[in-house]
Ligand binder design. Structure first.
Ligand SMILES: NC(=O)C1=CN([C@@H]2O[C@H](COP(=O)(O)OP(=O)(O)OC[C@H]3O[C@@H](n4cnc5c(N)ncnc54)[C@H](OP(=O)(O)O)[C@@H]3O)[C@@H](O)[C@H]2O)C=CC1
Ligand SMILES: O=CCCC(=O)O
Length: 331
């Protein structure tokens, strides 16, 4: 059984400028605040919806950050904030003490393990922190590549979406090298509001998949409720209000509901990633012979939504797949 404990970092970190948290992230040890500072250069690979604000918060907090992204233009806003640039993941890893990766999916493991990948720049004393959502098999694969160089590996997928990433309020689900966990804690505390250490590599990845499996099914159930309420002549906005006051209230419903009623899906969590997480959760269930029929049904709807061209919309656009089903059944 994995050991799990929750730390409340914001109680422990004292330095703030305005509303932003400040940490000492200098490459020189002289100005690192003892006990709370991170000493060294920080790499960041992957500057999508989540990676860009996370890296930005590290820069704002005073860290010496070097970035890389497959589509180079996404580095520009970070470079304007003072980030350095390297032209490959290996370049970032070799010039930094700790490298974070916030990448799409298991296929993105090539950023760590492929040609010019981060592993090529790793060495003893360095660390690699993968904050992407992948399955445990992928995470262990990346871990083997990184640790074979003598470097340390930590997986640290996050709960929380675009806004919590911007506000530095993510929840980190970490597992792997515990001393790396302790070393990067000040950086996690810049980007997040809490962190769990869950033991061996794989436990963070599976925790994240379980949470997102529940979330993906909840969203489908909510979408069904909104459509049904309209069909029977209720105001779906009143349904959202009623739900918000009862036992099944969840921030997600109040946050996404009003725009779903207007058929607007501004992307915070891309639908293609929610479907990926359900696919990976189903594989996890398969591995341990656990039936997860509700998640399996939800996954089918996200697949339909993808086939309707909604992959890059917010995952709440799954309601459009239900609307399409209704239309088909009426033809
Ligand atoms: N958005 C959200 O609310 C949350 C997302 N997550 C998870 O975090 C991860 C990132 O999500 P998010 O930022 O939303 O996703 P985005 O799609 O916005 O960004 C994905 C990033 O991965 C890069 N990438 C994708 N494939 C490859 C590849 N084969 N090689 C190199 N780089 C690649 C993209 O590069 P390029 O710019 O070139 O396309 C981009 O930097 C995902 O695993 C997601 O499931 C976790 C919590 C919340
Ligand atoms: O992986 C995405 C999670 C989104 C969230 O936790 O709100």
């Amino acid at each position: 059984m994995a050991a799990a404990f929750l730390l409340c970092p914001r109680l422990a970190l004292p330095l703030r400028r305005g509303s932003r948290l400040l940490v000492s992230c200098s490459a020189s040890s002289s100005d690192a605040a003892a006990g709370v500072g991170f000493q060294g250069r920080v790499g960041f690979l992957g500057l999508g919806i989540m990676g860009a604000p996370m890296a930005s918060n590290l820069i704002t907090a005073g860290c010496d950050v070097t970035v890389w992204n497959r589509t180079k233009s996404k580095c520009d806003p970070l470079l304007s904030l003072g980030a350095k640039f390297e032209s490959s993941p290996a370049g970032v890893a070799s010039s930094c003490d700790v490298t974070f990766a916030m990448l799409a999916d298991p296929e993105s493991a090539e950023v760590a393990c492929g040609t010019n990948g981060a592993a090529e720049g790793m060495a003893p004393g360095k660390g690699y922190v993968d904050v992407s959502t992948v399955d445990d098999v992928t995470s262990k694969f990346i871990s083997r590549h990184i640790t074979s160089t003598g470097a340390s590996f930590l997986e640290a997928p996050v709960s929380g979406s675009k806004k919590p990433a911007e506000d530095g309020l993510l929840i980190f689900l970490t597992a792997g090298d515990e001393s790396l966990y302790k070393r990067v804690a000040p950086l996690l505390d810049v980007m997040g509001k809490s962190r769990f250490y869950l033991g061996d590599v794989g436990n963070g990845a599976t925790m994240k998949l379980v949470v997102n499996m529940v979330m993906g099914s909840m969203m489908v159930s909510f979408a069904e409720g909104l459509l049904l309420s309209e069909k029977v002549g209720l105001d779906p906005n009143t349904v959202i209000e009623v739900i918000s006051q009862g036992a099944i209230s969840a921030p997600m419903f109040s946050l996404k509901g009003p725009s779903m009623v207007k058929a607007a899906y501004p992307t915070a969590f891309p639908l293609k990633h929610q479907q990926k997480d359900l696919r990976l959760a189903l594989a996890l269930g398969e591995m341990v012979s656990q039936p997860i029929p509700t998640a399996a049904a939800a996954n089918e709807l996200y697949k339909v939504a993808k086939s309707l061209g909604l992959a890059d919309q917010d995952f709440s656009a799954v309601i459009e797949a239900l609307k399409a089903k209704v239309q088909n059944s009426q033809q």
